[in-house]
Write a protein that binds this ligand. Structure first.
Ligand code: F6P
Length: 324
């Protein structure tokens, strides 16, 4: 193993820079050169890269986003562009490509591996934390903490004005962020796509809550369930005769995905990056780094394909019990 290429692909998240730094420093430790491709697979196609050394990754650990830049690149679905990418890597005599990305990026990487027999490594990252085959993906903890901080602030108004606040959080089709944030903020209701709550249950919860003298509520809704705005409009309309009119909504949006990574994300990103290079040095091929039962390991890249991780039913039930 003499040379590796590295890229970040898909949506940015906190911890990517920490992971890049860990990959580069571990590689340097083993005497390996690292080429960082900019804007993910786009950079691979366009041969846009920089040589990464100790100095280029200094001062990065605590910064959000990705200094290598990232993009979603549709051209990679086309074999002609994958061949272009492979030729660029071959010209640099690269022995392996490390992709810090999500499920879609791993599948793109896997095609490259199958067609051109390139050694591919996936390091999981997504604030949604729904990559199958790993219990943790870089960025999740920071996103949850960002959302929790925001909801704690919203709660001041919720309590002071005795209102219902609907807070829409990210997650695409997954409810991990909503569920974790719901528990962490004591939300009265948490709505996630994996375990749908009928509308009448949502209404009854708010009505019963008012009956026992609780004149406020926070509803955390995952974006995969409904938009905060639509849900607020619907509930306002349906509950106006029940004396529940003060319903507001907030969309947390991209503040969840930005900012300095938490200690947990810095540490996990560093470990994932270190582990990926170490396993390559040990001769492993075509794997993704995974975290399971408190341990970091590796799995075949294909494990994550066509499936997503879903939250534990008991955790969802626990949240419902605690929120009453
Ligand atoms: O997958 C991460 C994520 O932030 C999702 O939670 C969200 O739905 C999506 O990316 C937004 O993607 P984009 O910034 O490309 O619109």
């Amino acid at each position: 193993m003499r040379r590796i290429a590295l890229l970040t692909s898909g949506g940015d998240c906190p911890g990517l820079n920490a992971c890049i730094r860990a990959v580069v420093r571990t590689a340097k430790f083993y005497g390996i050169e690292v080429f960082g491709f900019r804007r993910g697979f786009k950079g691979l196609i366009e041969n846009d890269y920089i040589l990464l050394d100790y100095k280029t990754v200094a001062g990065l650990l605590q910064r959000g986003g990705t200094f290598l830049l990232t993009a979603r690149e549709d051209r990679f679905k086309d074999r002609i562009f994958r061949e272009l990418a492979y030729n660029n890597l071959k010209a640099l005599s690269v022995d392996a490509l490390i992709v810090i990305g999500g499920n879609g990026s791993f599948q793109g990487a896997n095609l490259l591996q199958k067609e051109f027999d390139l050694n591919m490594v996936g390091i999981p990252k997504t604030i949604d934390n729904d990559i199958y085959g790993t219990e943790y993906a870089i960025g999740f903890d920071t996103a949850v903490n960002n959302a929790m901080d925001a909801i704690d602030k919203i709660k001041d108004t919720t309590l002071s004005h005795e209102r219902v606040f609907i807070v829409e959080v990210m997650g695409r089709d997954s409810g991990f962020i909503a569920l974790e944030v719901g528990i962490a903020t004591g939300a009265e209701l948490t709505l996630i796509p994996e375990y749908p709550s009928p509308l009448h249950v949502i209404e009854e919860t708010l009505i019963n809550s008012k009956k026992i003298g609780k004149n406020f509520a926070i509803i955390v809704v995952a974006e995969g369930v409904a938009s905060g705005k639509d849900l607020a409009n619907l509930l306002r309309e349906r509950l106006k005769d029940k004396g529940i009119e003060e319903i507001r909504y907030t969309v947390l949006g991209y503040i969840q995905r930005g900012g300095s990574p938490t200690a947990y994300d810095r540490v996990m990103a560093s470990k994932f990056g270190y582990f990926a290079v170490k396993k390559l040095v040990e001769g492993e091929r075509n794997f993704m780094v995974s975290f399971e039962n408190g341990r970091i390991g590796i799995k075949p890249l294909e494990v994550s394909f066509g499936r997503v991780r879903v939250p534990d039913l008991e955790e969802y039930q626990l949240n419902n019990i605690l929120s009453m």
